[in-house]
Ligand binder design. Sequence first.
Ligand code: SPV
Ligand code: MN
Length: 601
Amino acid sequence: MDQKLARIKNSAFHEFLNKYVELCNPAKVFVCTDSPEDIQYIRNSAIKNKEEARLAVEGHTVHFDGFNDQARDKKMTKYLLAKDVNLGPEINAMDREDGILEIHDLLKNIMEGRELYVKFFCLGPVDSIFSIYCVQLTDSAYVGHSGDLLYRPGYEEFCKLGSYEHFFKFVHSQGELIEAGLGLQVSKNIEKRRVYIDLQDKIIYSANTQYGGNTIGLKKLSMRLAINRASKEGWLTEHMFVMGVHGPGKGRVSYFTGAFPSMCGKTSTAMVEGETIVGDDIAYLRKIDGKIRAVNVEKGMFGIIEGINPADDILQWKALQNPGEVIISNVLVTEAGEAYWNGKDGASPKKGVNYSGDWFQGKKDKDGNPITPSHKNARFTAALKALDNVDPKLDCPEGVEIKGIIYGGRDSDTWAPVEEAFDWVHGIIAKGASLESETTAAILGKEGVRVFNPMSNLDFLSISIGRYIEDNLNFAAGLDTPPRIFSVNYFLKDKDGEFLNHKNDKRVWLKWMELRVHGEVDAIKTPTGFIPEYQDLKKLFKETFNKDYLEEDYDKQFAARVPENLAKIDRLIKIYKERVLDTPQIVFKILEEVRQNILNV
Ligand code: SPV
Ligand code: MN
């Protein structure tokens, strides 16, 4: 260990490591150099520590998170802020000194008798203008193992960095453990679960939790630090996929980013058949030589597994059948050691083991609610290279040039399936900053409750909403031609509650947007933006699916939804007046203009 550490000549790193080794008091410390042996040691430790168990397919393992620890904990995720900093009422925060005292108290001796893993990673491709180096301390080999699948290795980079002090730091402990199904160990003290973000020292603390979104440092934890840094340095950290949309003719690939709230089709768009994927969750965007360029912060996916089946998701399905390194979390494991998830092909097993222990059909929790075989937020972790359609530019240090930006939400009655904004400012305000998404009946007891989620990034904002919108507006300054901005909506319903579009129609919307960014199709100007002409979509449906797209379907899907759009503007103005302290005036101006456009028709 000493030799591995001696190669790193960075006093800030050594101070950080020593401080938290002393506080957390592990029995052993393992420094991972990213050598094949060290990576293998982490994989083996995940099995040995009973954080993962082998499945029937070679290289696949299952991991369980404890009951009620299977999603991000928004309530207990807080920014630790100095007394004079206020990010507004929508952003969860507490006093910095109180927070640090509390979390240090929780972390004291928390790793007693356990091993601490020291892992180095890089956000974005290594050795590029986008790179941010990170160090993760964790007592979970599962967290370390997930990091290896999801991020670029960073040990050798740390050895070269010298006194670089801008790295991000993560301290994580699962806390005390109890046994779940298959003898796997899960966090016990969920009521003491905390995710605290210290923007000043660039440290995120995470305790008494295992779920990846709360623990894997470089995922949603680092995103919060990166948003703050990006704002100071004039670039953007976004909750966006990056994908290549393939145009007509040979070899034309136009790159798009897309922001959607969780469970609204972001991953399925990024991985769609016929196109290529750079990333499915987090992107950094920078202006370089008058163009916007973007990278995927990650190199792997932590995707929702529910509903993946060979008919609709052939590429992900293949990655989940083939031998290879995949961690599958919170699914049912059958007697044959196979993973079963809700919506998988074939009949549901009658029994098995899941995060609730031994499971049988009809099992209920203590409140009488049915326990489904897999959790709704069950996920799989794998390298993007496991997908046949990974884009060759995934690791390009200069990223890819972005031609279009897409914003989408779950909206049953307002936005058209696809629409282009009039220009950058209109797009940022009337598309990005106007994103809302509907909850399902299960959550609030009432379907269709819209939740405001600007750029789908609200959960991760470490700056005020007003400043974030300003940053987005200003980002177009100095560009040769700003990317076009689009909205999409895959969830429009008719009066009987039936979806107006098929799941795969998005493939056509992507092709249409690709033609628009090259000025190769006309569009119809409506009060809210530009929509496609029927003839163009008809042609694209034929080319993409060999399907006849009916004019009556077009008329229903692209109908003017006047009262709904007016009501949306009212809602947004109210939110931006009441719930955001620093809304830029231009937000109200643009929303009022759209209102007038609608009323003037
Ligand atoms: C999301 O919820 O947006 C995810 C999964 O991408 S998590 O890592 O939990 O954030
Ligand atoms: Mn996400």
